[in-house]
Write a protein that binds this ligand. Structure first.
Ligand code: ASP
Length: 426
């Protein structure tokens, strides 16, 4: 044992009982936890918990009393423990609680810096959504839920395969979104929702964080996969956003697959049409954000828009900074929800700005925007995001959001993946 470790351990032992826990810097902490008799505890929020574990630490979900209960069950009384987590405040609260229970506690009060030292580095991360809404009941219908879980899993696997085969973020985002656009379960491409005239008008956007390049199409009627047209606008034109007939004509000239507007009809659409008078609210959108193996961020969103929207209406999805945004200095974001509010609150850019300029964690920034700035009355919906370090946010203020994530930790071969509809992730 090095002199520093021995000295620290001495301090540590001296700190037990009534003297209060020790708070140390990252370097000291790293030395101290080499001692195998110290239990390393990673204090997590339920959301972080669902996103994976730190392998060599005891991962404890921090929910006040539950934290101490879980802890007492897992760690013998009188043990020496070292705690750390993403927020310095939370690790201090945990240290205090454990100290009160009689444990010898070493606290790493480094907040986000410490977290970054200890968490896994991720080779790549994919986060998707298939729309938010009051859909929690879908979870209870096991057959219906299984169909959505399977579709979300497939979308994630398509993204993972693309990245494993050497594709970069934009190609992988398009592969994932093409699958979701072609799947009538979701409100994008085939299966899109309808205008009050009974036609289909689609919006999509793709943005790259490495150079803030973006392309989008709005109100298009004949492009089978609008996300591909958005990418063509980004790479083959001088523009960012093309709308209506001009966008359709551009896509055709680019050789993209063109279909009749009736292609987008699905059995679901017919059901909606039958329910038109019932003021049913069938919305949704699909989105995908990726941190790729080069460390670049990409965001993509594709949608049929709001159910019974007036023809000509354009939502947040194709508006850079409203429904879609990516910046390598912060995060990639794709939104779903009541687009008018998402445009007014510049939700996607707002998230990136809170992260970048206020120094909030991705989770803090996403929670603030979705639950405080927007809420289920003004701006029902959600967002998915991944930051430049591979942290994930999947926040919503509706009862559910079809969503999922998949990531691969550096130095491993397997992937970690979860999907969800309501609160629970599977
Ligand atoms: N955000 C989309 C729009 O307003 C719809 C949705 O995601 O539900 O066009």
């Amino acid at each position: 044992m090095s002199f520093l470790a021995a000295a620290l351990l001495g301090l540590f032992v001296a700190a037990c009982g009534n003297k209060g826990y020790q708070t140390v810097e990252v370097a000291q902490f790293k030395e101290a936890i080499k001692n195998p008799s110290i239990v390393l505890v990673d204090v997590r929020t339920p959301q972080e918990f669902a996103q994976g574990h730190i392998d060599n630490a005891l991962n404890i979900d921090f929910k006040n009393e539950q934290f101490t209960q879980n802890f007492k069950g897992a760690v013998p009384q009188e043990s020496k423990v070292a705690v750390y987590c993403r927020s310095g405040k939370r690790s201090a609260a945990a240290a205090e609680k454990l100290e009160a229970l009689g444990y010898d506690v070493l606290n790493l009060d480094g907040g986000i810096i410490a977290w970054n030292e200890f968490k896994h580095k991720r080779d790549y991360v994919i986060v998707i959504h298939g729309g938010a809404g009051n859909i929690a009941s879908v979870e209870k219908d096991s057959v219906k839920a299984a169909t959505y879980y399977a579709a979300l899993d497939s979308a994630l696997m398509i993204g993972s395969q693309a990245l494993e085969n050497g594709s970069k973020g934009p190609q992988a985002v398009m592969a994932v979104i093409n699958y979701l656009e072609n799947n009538p379960l979701f409100n994008a491409g085939k299966g899109a929702t309808i205008t009050d005239e009974g036609t289909f008008e689609l919006d999509a956007c793709i943005m790259e964080g490495k150079d803030l390049s973006a392309g989008a199409v709005a109100g298009v009627k004949t492009i089978k996969n609008p996300i591909n047209a958005a990418y063509a606008v980004k790479t083959q034109s001088e523009h960012v956003l093309l709308a209506g007939e001009g966008a359709d004509a551009f896509a055709k000239a680019q050789g993209l697959e063109i279909v009749d507007n009736s292609y987008f009809v699905s059995p679901k659409t017919m059901k909606w049409v039958a329910e038109l008078s019932k003021k049913s609210k069938k919305n949704g959108t699909v989105g995908c954000v990726i941190l790729d193996t080069d460390g670049n961020l990409t965001a993509g969103t594709s949608t049929g828009g709001r159910f019974r929207k007036q023809w000509g209406r354009i939502g947040d999805a194709p508006i850079v900074g409203a429904g879609t945004y990516a910046d390598n200095n912060s995060c990639a974001v794709s939104c779903t929800g009541h687009g008018e509010y998402y445009i007014r609150h510049a939700v996607a850019f707002n998230l990136s700005a809170r992260y970048k300029y206020l120094g909030e964690s991705l989770e803090e920034a996403a929670k603030y925007i979705i639950h405080t700035e927007l809420n289920s009355e003004a701006g029902n919906g959600g967002l998915v995001s991944v930051d430049k370090d591979g942290n994930i946010a999947m926040e919503f203020n509706s009862t559910g959001m079809y969503r999922g994530f998949l990531y691969k930790n550096e130095g491993t071969t397997g992937v970690v993946s979860k999907v969800g509809i309501g609160e629970t992730l599977k």
